[in-house]
Write a protein that binds this ligand. Sequence first.
Ligand code: BG6
Length: 489
Amino acid sequence: MGFPKGFLWGGAVAANQCEGGYLEGGKGLSCADMLKGGSVSKPRMFSPVIEEGVYYPSHQAIDFYHHYKEDIALFGEMGFKCYRLSINWSRIFPNGDDEEPNEEGLKFYDNVFDECKKNGIEPLVTLSHYEIPWAIVTKYHGFRDRKVIDLFVKYATTCFKRYKGKVKYWLTFNEINAALMPGGGAYNGVGYVIEEDLQNTEQRPVNQLIDDPQGRLEALHNEFVASALTVKAGHEIDPDNMIGCMIAHLTVYPATCSPDDMLAAQREDDFFNNICGDMHVRGEYPPFAENIYKSYGVDTSFMHNEEDMKILKEGVVDMYTFSYYMSMTKSAKPAQDETGGNLSFGGKNPYLKATPWGWQIDPEGLRWTLNKLSDRYPHTPLMIVENGMGMIDKKEEDGSVHDGYRIDYLRDHVKQMKLAIDEDNVPLIGYTTWGCIDLVSAGTGEMYKRYGFIYVDRNDDGTGDFSRSRKDSFFWYKKCIESNGEDID
Ligand code: BG6
């Protein structure tokens, strides 16, 4: 009973949200480096050229590039079994299509993985977390060009070979289903990558970049193919590799028990969650996908490429990994009262409370989601690789942070995970909370919205000395891990 032995407790981050050192060690620009800061009411602006004297959050972020030893030691102190991080593609291939990889970039991650090992931590590596070399965006229009499939596989293969024996757990594309949303694929180099936009130096909110559903969905298809080829190559290089997808799971409830609302919620779940899940776990488009794509006026012939279909079947993932933050409701009518999120929006649920950013808190929804996933993908190991609470934290003079609200949020989710394992027999293998150390918010670019167990002295106006301190949640999570999820009150 309870969490299985060897359960992967830990935390998660992404390179562009924590590393900084954006041009150090031979790194090239990545698309995330072109995004300015925003807030809950001010969208992040995208600029096709870096403007002098302007604050771009990823450029320094929390300076993990120079603090990694200290940070990983703190994760070790908490007892992490697993640390999810991403490799910045543009550190390894600064232009995306370079002949040879950048040795300094490869060495940086060698050092990071060695540090993990020293602290008894298993790395879980995302190959592309909302990040793609900027040169691939300008030269190839991101994944719209099928050449980028090969470039990605070359990058992934370089990492598999170099880190063989150091890294066993891998994810291909972070929240790949973001590309289904208009503008949502921007971080993956998809969707906004068309001539007019690149030539227009005027800044635009990232969620209002020119959208082209045909290009965006074809590019997503190319990412599926790249992911499957990567899984296949990863297994050939090291049969011990466990490679997963990464889906932003949007848990949707019908707004009422009206049959129309039931169907609307089902349609949303199929569209946002199940297309991408099926592509990775079953290696095929589900039957409803084509008509959904056609409803956007998309020519769907790319969905019938026989060679691709074979690749997809041969490259199914070893585990289904996903992010879970909230749930929302769906009605057949337009929602009256919308709730927030960084990718999609739905109706408010009167039974749930929300964070100041409007993210509805729903621990039971996590149990529901785990059950849905183990029904849909029987015997596929599941892993929650993001879950957490973005809040405004106050650091006291002695460096402490009393974040009882975060402990409550995490404890309630851990309880539901335990019920899903004990009562429902869900094959859950791990849990990495999001933003185990404060970092830049992907949605708003803020530091003000904090997720970590570790407070980082860095602010949105660029002030702060980057010092780290332990929040109350740090000690709570340490206890949780030590007791394998038993001592959480
Ligand atoms: C997920 C992303 O969507 O949510 C992360 O994978 C992101 O990169 C996280 O940081 C939390 O969202 P936000 O907008 O609060 O940073």
